[in-house]
Design a binder for this molecule. Structure first.
Ligand code: NAP
Length: 244
């Protein structure tokens, strides 16, 4: 539970990990402002939140879409003091074959977006002298992953950004942390073949892929007042796949 009666933005709340985070925060009594890239997705979020929040359209890779989103939420919600930067994509390819679009779209959606969305929330948090910024990174930011140089670069950049922001905002009672999930069962990992999944499971001490709820539980804690002394961290949630 948050120590304050507040609202949370969860980007990419229509599916996968973001959906689990949105439902968990709403269940904990936080007003959830969830986002999807389509009207249909936004409506689905509103329906699922069942009066505990609302869905909006947002493309985090587009600055214009970010400004419209922040204008629209003002009409419905008080200043959000919790921000979960969750929206993300993969466009995998070996570095030798990677094209500019694969590189740029991943950097725009997973890294530049964090800077653009977060800056819109900072004034409100500073004024309230309370805030929680939680960025969803990935185990590959530290492990690396063949075929994901674009994605690993974006997520490593996100973690460096988080640590710097934590230094700037610590005295304002605003914490900034990253969560690095391992392999979680969502659409993003649904195209792993049987052989790949078997090989992967052999490397995961917990013996299973993660669930959205495994990530949502940590988000709920980091968003709470109990976690006020944790900042600038990247916390692994990966079943033991990587322990760096
Ligand atoms: P997912 O199931 O593919 O869902 C992605 C979410 O992001 C959807 O809600 C999607 O909205 C939204 N999204 C995509 N592009 C967007 C854009 N340009 N603007 C705004 N929203 C956008 O992914 P997931 O597995 O839940 O991943 C969520 C986060 O966890 C990502 O940052 C990912 O990198 C990270 N992560 C995932 C795993 C894993 O194993 N699944 C592991 C480590 C880290 P629409 O529904 O409208 O498309």
């Amino acid at each position: 539970m948050s120590g304050m009666n507040t609202n949370a933005i969860v980007t990419g709340a229509s599916r996968g990990i973001g959906r689990s985070i949105a439902l968990r925060l709403a269940n904990d009594g936080i007003g959830v402002i969830g986002t999807a890239t389509s009207l249909e997705g936004a409506k689905g979020i509103t329906d699922e939140l069942d009066g505990k929040g609302k869905g909006y359209v947002l493309d985090v890779s587009q600055v214009d879409s970010i400004s419209s989103f922040f204008t629209s939420i003002k009409a419905d919600f008080e200043t959000p003091l919790i921000l979960v930067n969750n929206a993300g994509i993969t466009r995998d390819n070996l570095a030798l074959r990677m094209n500019d679009d694969q590189w740029q779209s991943v950097l725009d959606t997973n890294l530049n977006s964090i800077y653009q969305v977060t800056r819109n929330c900072l004034r409100g948090m500073i004024r309230a002298r309370w805030g929680r910024i939680i960025n969803i990174s990935s185990v590959v930011s530290r492990m690396g992953n063949a075929g994901q140089s674009n994605y690993a670069a974006a997520k490593a950049g996100m973690e460096g950004y988080s640590r710097s922001l934590a230094l700037e905002l610590g005295s304002r009672n605003i914490t900034v942390n990253s969560i690095a999930p391992g392999f979680i069962e969502t659409d993003m990992t649904s195209d792993l073949g049987e052989d790949q999944t078997t090989a992967l499971l052999a490397r995961i001490p917990a013996g299973r892929l993660g669930k959205g709820e495994d990530i949502a539980a940590l988000v709920a804690f980091l968003a709470s007042s109990q976690a006020g002394y944790i900042t600038g961290e990247t916390i692994n949630v990966n079943g033991g796949l990587y322990m760096g």
